[in-house]
Design a protein around this ligand. Structure first.
Ligand code: HEC
Length: 239
């Protein structure tokens, strides 16, 4: 099986060698697509952005896909030299990333390569900037995690600034003046305040026992929950 995959890529690599020289990798070894790392590191949780950390989904994936995963190069169809750089799993396995060790990670080695025959992206494409290279290096040093962050502004919270729009997006379709599921209206401040005071807003969005879990399709994200909590804690003012 492994042998036939290798053969396949040797054929693929030679076949594409003459057609798209600009994407040529001059490595002798043809890597085999396999998942060396399982999905263990894919925690999928979103944390507040820390300026000292590099986040895969925020910075690395967009950078790598736009610089490498295009047609003729390392997208899923072209997969030059068996290298596909379109998802976390493929980047780790086919980019041969060694978490914590950029110097031994193939993907890092080729972007800092000085030999014009080996550097990626290959000429005439321009090399990555030192800022982009540093970002990838730091991400690998920090463990090459499948992480992401979000800049949640739950500091300066106001009804008019965030709360009304969160409820407007996630609740008001079913809870408005003319169509109020369970008689619950959440389309204006006075209506919302009733459900703050009887505890049902808090109970429903945090899926507390004894309350209907809202919205019915799933939970609001952590940022929106934090915003509403802060607004309630500060007195649920009409501000
Ligand atoms: C898709 C329609 C829909 C959306 C969106 C929705 N709800 Fe509801 N909601 C309902 C229905 C239907 C009920 C009645 C459920 C039942 O009685 O089983 C309900 C009931 C409630 C209740 C009454 C719960 C109780 O314990 O009496 C509250 C409070 C509530 N929703 C708040 C919200 C909030 C807050 C949101 C947005 C974060 C939201 N809902 C989004 C349909 C919706």
């Amino acid at each position: 099986m492994r042998k036939s995959i290798t053969t396949f890529f040797i054929i693929l690599a030679s076949a594409t060698f003459f057609s798209t020289q600009s994407c040529k990798h001059s490595h002798d070894e043809v890597p085999i697509i396999e998942s060396r790392y399982s999905t263990e590191t894919e925690d999928g949780t979103s944390v507040k952005c820390d300026p000292d950390s590099v986040y895969f989904k925020n910075s690395i994936l967009p950078l790598i896909t736009s610089s490498c995963a295009y047609s003729g190069c390392h997208d899923a169809t072209s997969q030059k030299d068996g290298v596909i750089l379109d998802t976390y799993k493929n980047i780790i396995s086919t980019g041969d990333i060694k978490p914590g060790d950029p110097g031994n990670s193939e993907l890092y080695e080729v972007i800092v390569e000085s030999d014009p025959d080996k550097i990626m992206p290959p000429p005439p494409n321009s090399a990555l900037t030192s800022e982009q290279i540093n970002l990838i290096q730091k991400w690998i040093q920090q463990g090459a995690k499948n992480n992401e962050c979000s800049d949640c502004d739950s500091v300066d919270v106001k009804y008019s600034k965030q709360v009304s729009s969160i409820l407007g997006t996630s609740c008001v379709t079913c809870h408005n003046a003319t169509s109020a599921s369970a008689g619950v209206k959440l389309h204006d401040y006075a209506s919302v305040k009733n459900y703050v005071d009887n505890g049902k807003l808090n109970g429903s969005i945090n899926h507390l026992t004894g309350y209907k879990s809202m919205p019915p399709t799933g939970m609001l994200d952590a940022c929106n929950l934090a915003i509403i909590k802060k607004w309630i804690d500060e007195g649920a003012q009409n501000n």
